[in-house]
Design a protein around this ligand. Structure first.
Ligand SMILES: *[C@@H]1O[C@H](CO)[C@@H](O)[C@H](O)[C@H]1NC(C)=O
Ligand SMILES: *[C@@H]1O[C@H](CO)[C@@H](O)[C@H](O)[C@H]1NC(C)=O
Ligand SMILES: *[C@@H]1O[C@H](CO)[C@@H](O)[C@H](O)[C@H]1NC(C)=O
Ligand SMILES: [Zn+2]
Length: 192
């Protein structure tokens, strides 16, 4: 285990603490998805049971060598943006381990230098790796956050915003210390 930890820190951009990772392993292996209640009826239909606590696992595509530093920086800003405004929490995983966990659903951040849209759900299977494509078109923290919400399964019509009820369910169906303040500002933003 000590050796594994060293290997991870040497190679990795990921910051995951091995203890946390092993705890999550246990949870996934021992929890039965089917018996776990949905925390809200308004969550996207394919919301994984592993996300019911509001903790969203993610990895970076380390093969996108050219854009990796830019990708990491943008995604961190996007996650900070969302964490400040919701009860979601993003937890980085080692991509080699994430791929081995059975039925593990996680965001897979990939960078493209092409001017492609980020405003799109880039995954087609609800379970497993869900790609979130970050391109030069989405470089503001709010734009990266928007791309992330597509990865979480939220959708919207062209030139429209996300459905407020579904967005609220995805962002706030969990406990967090300052939920009341965050909810008020969410509702303030949506109303104005
Ligand atoms: C799960 O849902 C069932 C039926 O709606 C309810 O009776 C039960 O108390 C719920 N369990 C938990 C842990 O919330
Ligand atoms: C994995 O997912 C499939 C499809 O959603 C489901 O049928 C199966 O029971 C899951 N297995 C575990 C161990 O949760
Ligand atoms: C990452 O994005 C690039 C550019 O769109 C694409 O060519 C590549 O297939 C993606 N990588 C993976 C693993 O999906
Ligand atoms: Zn969009």
């Amino acid at each position: 285990m000590e050796r594994m930890h060293k290997t991870l820190s040497r190679n990795g951009y990921w910051t995951i603490n091995l203890i946390v990772l092993l705890c999550n392993f246990n949870t996934i292996i021992t929890e039965s998805c089917q018996s776990k209640n949905r925390t809200s009826a308004f969550l996207p239909a394919d919301w994984p049971c592993g996300w019911m606590s509001g903790e969203i696992p993610f990895v970076f595509n380390f093969y996108s060598i050219s854009g990796i530093q830019r990708l990491i920086s943008l995604v961190q800003k996007g996650h900070n943006y969302l964490e400040k405004r919701s009860c979601l929490k993003f937890v980085e995983y080692d991509p080699m381990l994430a791929v081995k966990i059975k039925n593990f659903t996680y965001l897979f951040y990939n960078y493209s230098g092409v001017l492609e849209s980020c405003c799109w759900p880039y995954y087609n299977r609800p379970v497993g790796r869900r790609m979130v494509l970050i391109t030069p078109v989405c470089s503001l923290p709010s734009e990266v956050a928007h791309a992330t919400l597509h990865g979480l399964g939220l959708e919207h019509a062209r030139h429209d915003s996300f459905n407020e009820i579904n967005a609220k369910a995805a962002l706030f169906s969990y406990q967090c210390p300052d939920i009341q303040v965050k909810l008020q500002s969410f509702e303030g933003i949506r109303r104005s």
